[in-house]
Each structure stands twice: as structure tokens, then as C-alpha cells.
Design a protein around this ligand. Structure first.
Ligand code: SAM
Ligand code: SF4
Length: 437
């Protein structure tokens, strides 16, 4: 009989969570656990959770329910819950699901090894959820998914308190990582063969504001741009209020930083933007976009939109619809507003009914596809840079530098190479392309 202990991690939510899972996996591997894809084979199942919207929470509680059956057939199975829902619900998770053994908050990710050992010895439930994060959590071993693109957190937490959003409550205040640590990690990733890095933060443009030591986001981008071992740089997410000329200039002057701007506008109505506490107006946003497009005419600009925020009537929604059309985004992420207990918007009057939200989501999703196709069509017969990430049925698949999805006939050995391509035609969601050798 094999004595190998297996773990699996089920991850929900944003890139920050995906990356936390890499740091959790690294720690488990360091104490002898091996990764398995199969839940049924695992001795330890860790669920890394999200609570940004109620729909995510419902799905996760469903998953936790499924694990009860698994535990019934394997009583030695260890079940751990981490991520934003663990931070928010804490001991309530034990009450709702008594088969859970371990609850680990967002500020406690680096403690996993100690807590698993404690549980293995005592078999007593373990809960570790700090209210506040340490300025900088210690480094832990990391096992990265994939070998082409790597996530690098540059800051943690958020100070913005948009009135709908739970993130500042479950991820704490902003903490920037030292430039030197980030540059060192990026350099090392390049040496290990990674081609692209994605700088992560809830609001990357706030980088450095919590300390006098590291300069600002533009300085950081310029420093990372100089790392020779890496070929492509992206970042997410940036808050429109904090995007500035200095950042735009660094991106324009860089060959490596993608001309891709994901700038969540959230609404196209000034009344609603004010209620959301976003700190900008549509006039400001329009001007910002003009600046970006003057500097980089082919830049890709995408956004997040929330529909059905409390008080959003038909007129506000039409304003948002028209604004999105006017800005001519390359794509939208559309979310129905989800009431989050403890946020300011949860107690606002004029909550919008679910069927109205559904209709609005539907309308914006159709618009998003139209806009996406328009943007893609602009690049037919144009040349772009492309990194192939996977190989599927004779096609290399990956993203261009402006983040179009590319499919091109070519050899498998081109995976991970920076290639020049010409886009030939569109087969949504892909741009079918020819490699220029
Ligand atoms: N920090 C990023 C920003 O401000 O752009 C985004 C973080 S949030 C995890 C990702 C997106 O989820 C937001 O841009 C917003 O559109 C959406 N979101 C956050 N809270 C929400 C809520 N209560 N209901 C619906 N969507 C929400
Ligand atoms: Fe949430 Fe706003 Fe912070 Fe983004 S900037 S994480 S939407 S509070």
C-alpha cells in the first residue's frame, strides 16, 4: 500500500486567489503531500473560497456539502477552507458544516504547514483567522500552475471601500511589497523559463501609497520592464481614479508591457458612480480613455460593469449602455449587483429586483460580444506579437500582446516562444492567424 499523502485544492474567484492556491500547494508539497486532480484520491482537500458575489458563495457551500459525502466514505480525510469566505464566516463555517477540520483566513496563508501539523497531531479542529494582516507575510514555497505565465503579487488589500464591495473587509488594508523583492522574483521566474508575468493587486495604481520607501506604480513598472529575463508584462486590476500620465508614458515607452488596459468603470451614470463611491465621473473617465488612445491608438480597453446597483433605474441603465457604446470597449465583464452584508450598499434604498438585473445583464452581454467582434475585426491583416500557451489539434493557442485570443497553425515546439503573426480571419472567440517566420 502506498504511504504517499495526496492533496487537492479547489479554487474559486480572482487571480489573487489562484495565486494563493499556488502558495498553499507549495507548502503542502514541502511537508510531503503530493498533488492529485482527483478528489476521491485526496487525503487533504482544501477549498480556496471567494465571497465577492452571493452566487459564488452558494456554489462553494454546494461544494462543501459534497465533501460531506466524501468524508463519510473516508473518515481520515482532512477538509480545509481558506480564502475570502473563510475570513468572513470563520467559526460559522464549523457550525454550518461540522465536517470541516481547518479554517484559514486570508492573512494566514503562510501558516498552513504549522496548522496541518497541529491538526494531524491533535485531530482537533483548527481555526486561524487574523483580523489584520502582517505588513509583509513571510515567503513560502510556491508551485506554479503552468510554465509560461506567472502571477506576481505587488500589493495586498484595498483601501477604496466601494460601497458594494466586500474585498476591503476580507483582504485588509493596502500593503505594498518592496520593489527589490518583486524585481528579484520576476528575474528568477524568467530564469526558470517563464515568458510573461502578471503583476497582481486589487488596485495596482495604489502601489507604494502605503509607504515612502518604494516609489509609485509607474516606477515599479519601469523597474520590472528592465528585467531582461522576461518578455512580456501585464498587470491587473487598475482603478480609473488612480491611472495617471506617468503610468501611460511608461507603458507607451515599453516594448514588453502590454497595451492592454482593464479599467473597471462599474457604471456609466454619474449618480450611480457617486453612490458607489468610485471617486470619478464619466467625464473624467472619457478624458482618461482619450489620453490612453492618443498615446496608444491600438490599445485594448476592457471594463467591469455592475448592473442593478441600488437606485439604478431605467434611465441610469440607458446612460450606462450609451456610455459603454461611446467608449467602444474591446470587451466587458458584466455582473449583476449582489448584496453583501456589512457593505454600505446593502442598506441603501431602492434595491433592484432580480429579473430587472437579469434583463440588463443580458443586454450588456450582447453589446459586449458586438464590441469584442468589432475590436477583433480591426486587426484582420495586421501583424501582432503572440505567445503560444497551449497546443490543441494542430493549433497553437494563446494571447497577442493586446490580449486577443489567437489560434495559429504551427509546431508544438513553438509553445512559449514570442512569435510574430498576421491575423487572417475571426472565428469567435479566436483570431485565426498565420505565423510569420
Ligand atoms: N479591485 C478591482 C477593481 O476595483 O476593479 C476588482 C476587484 S472585484 C473582485 C472584481 C469585480 O467584481 C469588480 O470590478 C466589480 O465589478 C465586481 N463586484 C465587486 N463587488 C460586487 C458586488 N457586490 N456585486 C456584483 N459585482 C461585484
Ligand atoms: Fe472592491 Fe473597489 Fe477595492 Fe476593487 S477598488 S477591490 S471594487 S473596494
Amino acid at each position: 500500500m502506498s504511504h504517499t499523502k495526496y492533496f487537492t485544492i479547489v479554487t474559486y474567484g480572482c487571480q489573487m486567489n489562484q495565486h494563493d492556491s499556488e502558495r498553499l500547494a507549495g507548502q503542502l508539497k514541502s511537508i510531503g503531500y503530493e498533488y492529485t486532480e482527483a478528489l476521491s484520491e485526496a487525503n487533504f482537500v482544501l477549498v480556496n473560497t471567494c465571497c465577492v458575489r452571493e452566487s459564488a458563495e452558494k456554489k462553494i457551500y454546494g461544494k462543501i456539502g459534497e465533501l460531506k459525502t466524501l468524508k463519510a466514505s473516508n473518515p481520515n480525510l482532512i477538509i480545509g477552507i481558506t480564502g475570502c469566505m473563510a475570513q468572513k464566516d470563520r467559526e460559522k463555517l464549523f457550525e454550518k458544516a461540522p465536517h470541516i477540520d481547518l479554517v484559514l483566513g486570508t492573512h494566514n496563508v503562510h501558516q498552513l504547514v504549522d496548522l496541518v501539523k497541529e491538526f494531524e497531531q491533535t485531530k482537533d479542529r483548527v481555526l486561524s483567522v487574523w483580523d489584520e494582516a502582517e505588513r509583509l507575510a513571510p515567503d513560502v514555497p510556491t508551485i506554479r500552475k503552468g510554465n509560461i505565465s506567472a502571477w506576481v503579487p505587488i500589493m495586498y488589500g484595498c483601501n477604496n471601500f466601494c460601497t458594494y464591495c466586500i474585498v476591503p473587509y476580507v483582504r485588509g488594508r493596502e500593503r505594498s511589497r518592496p520593489v527589490a523583492d518583486i524585481v528579484k522574483e520576476v528575474h528568477q521566474l524568467g530564469l526558470e523559463g517563464f515568458k510573461e508575468i502578471i503583476l497582481l493587486g486589487q488596485n495596482v495604481n495604489s502601489y507604494g501609497k502605503d509607504t515612502d520607501e518604494f516609489g509609485d506604480f509607474a516606477d515599479l513598472l519601469a523597474a520590472v520592464d528592465k528585467v531582461e529575463t522576461i518578455e512580456r508584462i501585464r498587470y491587473m486590476t487598475s482603478h480609473p481614479r488612480d491611472m495617471n500620465d506617468k503610468v501611460i508614458t511608461v507603458i507607451k515607452n515599453s516594448k514588453k508591457i502590454c497595451e492592454y488596459f482593464h479599467l473597471p468603470v462599474q457604471s456609466g451614470s454619474n449618480t450611480i458612480l457617486k453612490l458607489m463611491n468610485r471617486g470619478y465621473t464619466t467625464e473624467y473617465y472619457r478624458e482618461l480613455v482619450a489620453k490612453i488612445r492618443t498615446a496608444m491608438p491600438h490599445a485594448s480597453l476592457t471594463t467591469d460593469i455592475i448592473v442593478g446597483f441600488p437606485g439604478e433605474d431605467d434611465k441610469h441603465f440607458e446612460e450606462a449602455y450609451d456610455f459603454i457604446k461611446e467608449i467602444n470597449f474591446a470587451g466587458l465583464h458584466v455582473f449583476p449587483y449582489s448584496k453583501r452584508e456589512g457593505t454600505k450598499a446593502a442598506t441603501m434604498p431602492n434595491q433592484v429586483d432580480e429579473s430587472t438585473k437579469k434583463k440588463r445583464v443580458h443586454k450588456l452581454m450582447s453589446l459586449s460580444q458586438e464590441l469584442e467582434l468589432d475590436y477583433m475585426n480591426k486587426f484582420v491583416n495586421k501583424d501582432l506579437d503572440f505567445i503560444a500557451e497551449t497546443y490543441e489539434n494542430g493549433y497553437l493557442v494563446g494571447h497577442s500582446s493586446n490580449y486577443l485570443k489567437i489560434k495559429a497553425k504551427g509546431k508544438e515546439e513553438y509553445i512559449g516562444k514570442m512569435l510574430n503573426i498576421t491575423i487572417k480571419n475571426i472565428e469567435y472567440p479566436y483570431c485565426i492567424s498565420k505565423i510569420n517566420l
